[in-house]
Ligand binder design. Sequence first.
Ligand SMILES: [Zn+2]
Ligand SMILES: [Zn+2]
Length: 327
Amino acid sequence: MDITEHFPELREHSATATRLHPRPGRPTTADSSVGGQLLWPADEPWPVCTDGDAHYIFELRTPATVRRSRQIYAAAQARAAASGAPYDLTEQERAEIPDYDFSEPHDLVDQPIPLVPVVQLYRRDVPDFAGPDGADLLQVLWCPLDHPEEGYNPRVRLYWRRSADVTRPLDAAPEPPVVNDAYLPIPCVVHPEQVREYQYAGLLPEQLRARITAWEEEAEEENEEDETGRSYHYDLSLAPGWKVGGFANWSLTDPHPMNCAECGTTMTLLLTADSSEWHGTGGTWRPVEEPADASSNPTDVSIGRGYALYVFRCPASFEHRPATAMQ
Ligand SMILES: [Zn+2]
Ligand SMILES: [Zn+2]
């Protein structure tokens, strides 16, 4: 449905976004990816976080343990799918998975923590790519631990480069000794798709918002029996999932201004890291290409209690620090 056929004035409150559609795979440094290997110059120091005990520390896992646990769960799921038997772990598998409240020693964070690759985007792949002139590569990394000053989220760092400048790439990224397992993405290849988004309802002019609400209620009444309806908020305005550009969905706290800490300019949404690619089971925004058993969270990244982390950039300068909001 093209919502602007009903509300042409929404065109003034729209923007494009590129949904990344991450799916587990083996991305190389030459690919756009989520959680993949970065094209990083061997002679450039890998960024680290030295916040030590200023982190909020909960359950720490080694990256190797996180990967092994995922392998075990995936194997059990595949067995269940193949045999039709209920999902279950073997004794041996169970023994390998750490207890729910297990943590590696907390003092392991008292050393420089290498950031982990979150997203690598080549300009050629992403219609909504934004970056300095000449840059064709955006790399997003984060510290895989909870930062109280970031709303108990990972701290994000952005790097733009010219891929042609990386003549001697790093073979393998250094690994953090421990992570919050929710912040270690499964390596995914991406399948970028540009969509048009419309502003979060709470940020539309009041009159327009009221007319949209009336139109939704009208549909609800017409379809009372089968309970289908139309929802601007869920189905027609903002795409869930990992995306570049577009608008933030402020439904957790209501909108709050994101102003650059360095110059005060109102920031724009650069990237969204989300805990789910679509709403509910078989909900709107689920790609038709997706196999029936596909997970709605292919990256296994989880923000808060299943929310999204919005990364904003300053439109005045790509050198100003990004800001984040969890919604
Ligand atoms: Zn940190
Ligand atoms: Zn700024």
